[in-house]
Design a protein around this ligand. Structure first.
Ligand SMILES: Cc1cc2nc3c(=O)[nH]c(=O)nc-3n(C[C@H](O)[C@H](O)[C@H](O)COP(=O)(O)OP(=O)(O)OC[C@H]3O[C@@H](n4cnc5c(N)ncnc54)[C@H](O)[C@@H]3O)c2cc1C
Length: 456
């Protein structure tokens, strides 16, 4: 191992090869095993990444790429004998072009830094996720991240124009297209979007930018049932059209815990309704008339709403979003917790939630259950929390949830978070044998050796 460390130091410099407690003392609340390898190397360029890949490939050592380590499926889990490859030094924004609406950045750039660079020219990226402070462009590409504006702008796949990647054997593949149209041969970037690092390491990404609204209008609404919420969503799509940015569902137990956090202040709406939703719309120019307020008035008249709070200030808007996004509140409240990310046809979302609630209550009465999600995209998040002792029953709880979801035709065990280490055993619930075999073939063809210790 010492020879390998000397060679790594030769590639990136002594200061960027971290070992022992300097690595294992790091901690991620989302991926507890992330730093178990105890060896972390921090390249500063694609060439250095390529040299590390070639060295690992020759030596048969598995690499574990780390972006912001906010992934929720233990995709960054490492073990002794692995090398963690951290992108923290490769975080530069390389190009912002407002005319062509393009941004190019290194893989380690945080989403927050991308949002800030785009905002300087009154633009924004299409994808926004609550973990924006730490999540990186490379991690978001590798997981095909979704988030709170997918219904308007799509997932990362719809927003990436091109990328640079390093193959497991160290070949640098520059596919950094910035054109809107380019049908010259295969669209190779697709290999690296959503494949969780298995086919190569993403080092640079070119994304589309979109005009930034001059202002967002945000409301928290309350309805009697999920069925009414589906009608409200349909109506919002028809009446607000492309100005509808987000439509997110929040069940009462989740709303209760997120709005009970220290410093939250008064709840935007009282508890007591069947289900809540956050609706956000865009205004594009000064003095433009509100789209959201008249929509809410019409929805009240049509009997679709029980209550609504329209944010009148930035702090009110932030409070509404905190009620939706503060999933850490669940993590902090329980010694043991799990989170799930199921995709459904809209009609199945509520029947599944009710069926699962009943089954979990019967089989695991000690667990508390929290439901919320990107309703406009048919994506339900479930978190369960309970005492430490439930950790031993983790696999049973996961199996119950995935088997219940599997009964709903067309469902998926991962709408946006990926498979990672956590869902490896359950991939067959959502993908056929032929599909999994082809994935394996692609991994082997390109060389393997990245994330293969713990990820499918
Ligand atoms: C509070 C919270 C809210 C979240 N909300 C959302 C949401 O709304 N939508 C959503 O999609 N996700 C969400 N996530 C999950 C997570 O933020 C995303 O999966 C994100 O894309 C991960 O980015 P990261 O940089 O942290 O990647 P990491 O966690 O570091 O890595 C994720 C995976 O990608 C691999 N990887 C990382 N960088 C590279 C690279 N450069 N090249 C190749 N492989 C790489 C890793 O090995 C790992 O398998 C949320 C997470 C949290 C904590």
């Amino acid at each position: 191992m010492q020879i390998m460390i000397d060679q790594l130091e030769g590639i990136v410099g002594k200061a960027h090869v971290l070992q022992g407690a300097e690595v294992t003392d790091r901690h991620s609340p989302y991926s507890p095993d992330a730093y178990d390898a105890g060896l972390l190397v921090r390249p500063g360029s694609a060439e250095e990444v390529a040299a590390i890949c070639a060295l690992a490939h020759r030596s048969g050592v598995s690499l574990v790429p780390h972006g912001g380590v906010t992934g929720l499926v233990e995709g960054t889990a490492s073990e002794s004998g692995n090398i963690i490859l951290g992108f923290e030094r490769m975080n530069r924004i390389l190009r912002v072009d407002p005319e062509q609406m393009i941004l190019v950045a290194e893989a380690g750039a945080s989403l927050e830094s991308v949002i800030a660079a785009a905002a300087d020219v009154r633009m924004m990226p299409g994808v926004d996720i609550p973990s924006r402070g730490s999540a990186t462009l490379g991690g978001m590409t590798s997981t095909n991240a979704g988030g709170v504006r997918v219904l308007r702008y799509g997932m990362m796949r719809e927003n990436i124009l091109g990328l640079e990647a390093v193959l497991p054997d160290g070949t640098v593949l520059s596919s950094l297209n910035t054109l809107m149209k380019n049908n010259a041969g295969f669209d190779l970037k697709q290999l690296f979007i959503g494949s969780e690092g298995r086919l190569g390491l993403v080092t640079k990404v070119a994304i589309k930018l979109h005009p930034k609204p001059i202002q967002e209008e945000t409301a928290l609404v309350a309805t009697d049932s999920f069925e009414t919420l589906i009608r409200l969503l349909s109506r919002a799509r028809q009446e607000i059209g492309a100005d509808l940015l987000s439509f997110e569902a929040v069940w009462p137990e989740y709303y209760d815990i997120t709005t009970s956090q220290p410093g939250f202040g008064a709840r935007p709406l009282a508890l007591g309704s069947g289900i809540f939703a956050v609706i956000e719309t865009a205004q594009w120019s000064e003095g433009e008339e509100s789209r959201l307020e008249p929509f809410l008035e019409r929805a009240f008249e049509a009997g679709l709403l029980e209550d609504a709070a329209l944010a009148k200030s930035d702090s009110e808007r932030q409070a509404i979003w905190r009620a939706r996004e503060d999933s850490d509140a669940v993590l902090q409240a329980f010694p043991f917790s799990l989170s799930f990310d199921i995709g459904f046809e809209l009609k199945d979302m509520s029947p599944f939630a009710e069926e699962l609630r009943a089954k979990l209550t019967e089989a695991h009465p000690e667990l508390e259950q929290f439901f919320f999600g990107h309703m406009g995209d048919g994506n339900l998040h479930i978190m369960v929390g309970g005492p430490e002792g439930k950790r031993d029953e983790r696999h049973k709880i996961e199996a119950l949830i995935y088997e219940t979801a599997g009964q709903y035709r067309g469902s998926t065990i991962s709408a946006e978070h990926g498979i990672g280490f956590e869902k490896k055993a359950f991939l067959g619930t959502s993908r056929s044998e032929a599909e999994i075999a082809l994935m394996q073939k692609l991994i082997l063809t390109l060389g393997g050796g990245i994330n293969d210790g713990k990820v499918v």
